[in-house]
Design a protein around this ligand. Structure first.
Ligand SMILES: Nc1nc2c(c(=O)[nH]1)N[C@H]1C(S)=C(S)[C@@H](COP(=O)(O)OP(=O)(O)OC[C@H]3O[C@@H](n4cnc5c(=O)[nH]c(N)nc54)[C@H](O)[C@@H]3O)O[C@H]1N2
Ligand SMILES: Nc1nc2c(c(=O)[nH]1)N[C@H]1C(S)=C(S)[C@@H](COP(=O)(O)OP(=O)(O)OC[C@H]3O[C@@H](n4cnc5c(=O)[nH]c(N)nc54)[C@H](O)[C@@H]3O)O[C@H]1N2
Ligand code: SF4
Ligand SMILES: [Mo]
Length: 727
């Protein structure tokens, strides 16, 4: 169990502090670790892991303490704000909603609903708010909908849609039972897993080795996870496609797959074997930046393991080949017999049975495009990299008004510095956020939700992609102040403002009744009752909301269960190993000339830090300083070649922008590759502490036109840059 004491404000005689300890959850990332929050004299004095949490088992990462810092942060907005000239002034909720409704409707009436845009950001997924964000998106009736998914997991979703028939069927890594874990483009020791949610990832990874298993990390950087592994394979950024094709070649030519068993669940083996025919390890090795022997061993060991899983995440999504690589990961897990088997990759059985419902949740691709026609919509949204263009380039359908919810796209999205200007020139902009950020500073209204410690919730997303079936309840630590609103209430009120007049103008009492009817707790009760563990299902002890609330560490629902045949959503009920478009694309890439060697330039990738959270949390002094700084990590040879010494300020320049930050020299980097964290460079925000910190926005360097072929997901993981001493 981890425990961290927070500094308390100095008081004259703290004789008998009035302390109470509350059970809650950290909601700062997908893991939702159980926490004990001690409150002393109305302030959070201590945050510790909840040892009885059935999933996180007492683990917390250093970010958990930021739950307290966030709650007590004087810079956190507690009332709605309205822009008056260059300043923000407090405004009442009702007045704010009326005015926002009027302004949004005016834009819609004059220019059509295309003129309204919305961005839904990452923390939306960490509360029930996401569902209500989608409700608002429906009320806006606009094609111009963007989310953090298109700078995140869209390639996994697209590949899952092609291979398993549904974007929801992204297989989860059964890390607690696997005998071999291969991590590609993820650093769970820092991130604690995403879409294979694994709080306390370090402990789970160590346990694999303790039970005699093997851990391999394929990453251009010797990461915190690589340090826990048996083997680190330092791949060239963007080289994963060739590494995996080479592995498949070995699996095929050395007859390492049980093709008879495979034929019962999958189709496309013949096309796959034809594709990898020429992809010998020797041919692939230089393109992947590894050795042929490494490729061969990776394939043989994967096939030989009692159970094995490749876990791939953001490092492979942020590539032009993001979808192709996601596909090959799914393929290798399948052909080696590691799909739907304990210790391999599996589908969860969550309280809301998303995998079980996948067949009935069809999605569309390409029903519309952005105005340039380059980007096709996927699951009814457009990639976030086009936001700036859709706001700035003139012509019909231009976005004139925006809503952002729990997102800071000016910092998070590669956009050549144009999104800042784009947000500034909008006719109208409303931000649902608790801070004045790089993005929300341009808003006409900022509507702040309560702090996470002031809400109670049951997070459904976490249950769908956890490495073990479970359900947990987020208890309130603090009662919300009178009149404060939660995200779901704000979003529902906004949606009502865009609804037809009778709904909009309903009396306040009726509206209160309606809001009560759509309360997330009611929704959670309904979800529980109708899901796999509910009272409507026979033969099992029902889990009610009350039972869940009374379980201080949540309820364990057991290990992942085989259920491929039940959930697969393809037309013929088979896993599609070789979607025609993917095969043709991969073949074309195999046939193309070798990769650009960069002519003395370096390949820029990203990195995450244990005490940082995307573009925010930098206002908490306990989260900044130490090793959590915005520096460029560089191999000693590359530093020496440029005459750089540790800590020197350097200028990093790409084809689209430049930034200046200090260099950190470390042999954990692959030579020729440098890493810079995203989410830094806070200036002119309401974050008084963060504004004083050095750093720059790495997304100034990434080209928004370099994207994953299928989903438009920003390819921020191999941008060519030069690094030189800052003048
Ligand atoms: N170069 C580069 N860029 C990246 C990445 C990378 O690896 N490299 N990673 C990408 C990834 S994976 C992601 S997910 C995106 C994230 O990018 P965004 O979607 O922009 O999310 P955050 O940066 O987390 O910003 C969160 C915002 O929500 C606000 N907020 C926090 N909690 C709440 C809440 O409960 N309610 C409301 N209403 N607001 C809240 C915060 O104040 C902050 O303004 O960044 C991406 N950008
Ligand atoms: N502490 C902390 N935890 C977080 C977050 C945070 O900001 N801070 N963000 C959360 C979010 S929104 C997400 S989506 C998850 C992401 O979780 P992870 O996917 O684990 O994120 P990263 O730590 O960025 O790991 C990506 C890895 O890919 C590597 N990489 C870069 N380019 C390539 C490449 O071309 N090939 C290969 N094979 N590897 C490459 C990088 O070196 C890095 O180690 O983390 C979540 N958890
Ligand atoms: S891993 Fe850290 S940030 Fe994520 S929920 Fe757990 S304590 Fe919070
Ligand atoms: Mo993310």
């Amino acid at each position: 169990m981890t425990t961290v004491d927070l500094p308390l404000p100095q008081r004259a005689a703290p004789a008998e502090p009035d302390s109470t300890t509350h059970i809650s959850q950290c909601t700062l990332c997908e893991a939702h670790c159980g926490i004990h929050v001690t409150v002393t004299d109305g302030r959070v004095s201590r945050i510790a892991g909840n040892p009885s949490d059935v999933f996180s088992k007492g683990y917390i990462c250093p970010k958990a303490t930021a739950m307290g810092a966030l709650h007590d942060d004087p810079d956190r907005l507690r009332t709605p704000m309205r822009r008056v000239g260059d300043r923000f002034e407090p405004v009442g909720w009702d007045e704010a909603f009326r005015e926002i409704g009027r302004r949004l409707r005016t834009v819609r009436d004059r220019h059509g609903s295309h003129a309204l845009g919305m961005y839904l950001g990452n923390p939306a997924a960490h509360s029930s708010g996401a569902g209500y964000g989608l409700l608002l998106r429906m009320a806006l009736r606009t094609p111009n909908f963007f989310t953090a998914s298109s700078i995140d997991q869209m390639p996994h979703e697209y590949a899952a849609w092609q291979v398993f028939g549904s974007n929801f069927l992204m297989p989860v890594t059964d890390i607690d039972r696997c005998h071999r874990l291969v991590v590609i483009g993820a650093n769970p020791a820092v991130s604690n897993g995403s879409l294979s949610i694994m709080p306390g990832a370090k402990r789970r990874i160590k346990a694999i080795r303790e039970r005699g298993g093997t851990v391999v990390v394929i990453d251009p950087r010797r990461t915190e996870t690589a340090r826990l592994a048996d083997q680190h394979v330092s791949v060239r950024p963007g080289g994963d496609l060739f590494l995996l094709l080479g592995m498949l070649h070995v699996l095929v030519t050395e007859n390492l797959c049980d093709t008879a068993a495979l034929a019962r669940i999958a189709s496309g083996w013949t096309e796959l074997t034809a594709l990898v025919d020429g992809a010998t390890p020797e041919a692939m090795a230089p393109r992947a930046g590894v050795t042929a022997e490494q490729i061969r061993a990776l394939a043989r060991d994967h096939a030989a393991a009692e159970s094995a899983a490749i876990y791939a995440r953001i490092g492979i999504c942020h590539q032009e080949t993001g979808t192709l690589v996601s596909w090959l990961v799914m393929v290798i897990n399948t052909v080696t017999g590691n799909l739907d088997r304990p210790g391999g990759t599996m589908f969860a059985t969550p309280i809301i049975d998303v995998p079980g419902l996948a067949k009935r949740l069809p999605i569309k691709h390409g029903t519309y495009t952005d105005r340039s026609g380059r980007h096709r919509s996927f699951r009814s949204e457009l990639p976030a990299v086009v936001m700036a263009d859709e706001m700035l380039s003139d012509g019909p359908g231009r976005i004139r008004a925006m809503v952002t919810y729990a997102g800071n796209p000016v910092s998070s999205i590669p956009q050549k510095g144009r999104l800042d200007a784009a947000m500034a020139q909008l006719d109208f902009y409303v931000a649902v956020d608790m801070y004045v950020t790089e993005t929300s500073r341009h808003a006409d209204f900022i509507l702040p939700p309560v702090s996470p410690l002031e809400r109670e919730d049951v997070n459904l997303l976490t249950t769908v992609y956890s490495v073990r079936n479970n359900v947990r309840y987020q208890h309130r630590t603090f009662e919300p102040p009178a009149g404060a609103m939660e995200d779901w209430e704000i979003l529902t009120r906004l949606a009502l403002e865009l609804a037809p007049a009778p709904l909009r103008r309903m009396p306040a009492t009726l509206r209160t009744m309606l809001m009560k009817a759509v309360d997330p707790m009611r929704t959670a009760a309904l979800v529980l009752a109708t899901g796999p563990y509910g009272r409507l299902r026979r033969g099992r002890k029902a889990i009610t909301l009350r039972a869940l609330r009374d379980s201080p560490g949540g309820i364990d629902l057991g290990p992942l269960q085989p259920r491929l045949r039940e959930v697969i959503a393809t037309a013929d009920g088979l896993v599609q190993l070789a979607p025609a478009a993917f095969v043709a694309d991969a073949a074309a890439r195999l046939a193309a000339a070798a990769e650009d060697s960069g002519a003395g330039r370096l390949q820029l990738i990203g990195r995450r830090n244990l005490r940082s959270n995307n573009s925010w949390l930098h206002n908490a002094p306990t989260m900044t300083g130490g090793n959590n700084r915005c520096t460029v990590l560089m191999h000693p040879e590359d530093a020496a070649a440029r005459g750089l010494v540790q800590g020197a300020l350097v200028r990093i320049a790409s084809d689209v922008g430049s930034i200046e930050i200090p260099v950190d020299i470390s042999d954990e980097m692959r030579p020729g590759t440098v890493a810079v964290p995203h989410g830094w460079g806070h200036r002119n925000t309401g974050w008084q502490h963060a504004n004083t910190l050095p750093g720059a926005n790495v997304n100034e360097l990434h080209d928004p036109t370099r994207v994953d072929t299928y989903t438009g997901t920003a390819a921020v993981n191999n941008t060519w840059v030069t690094v030189s001493p800052a003048s």
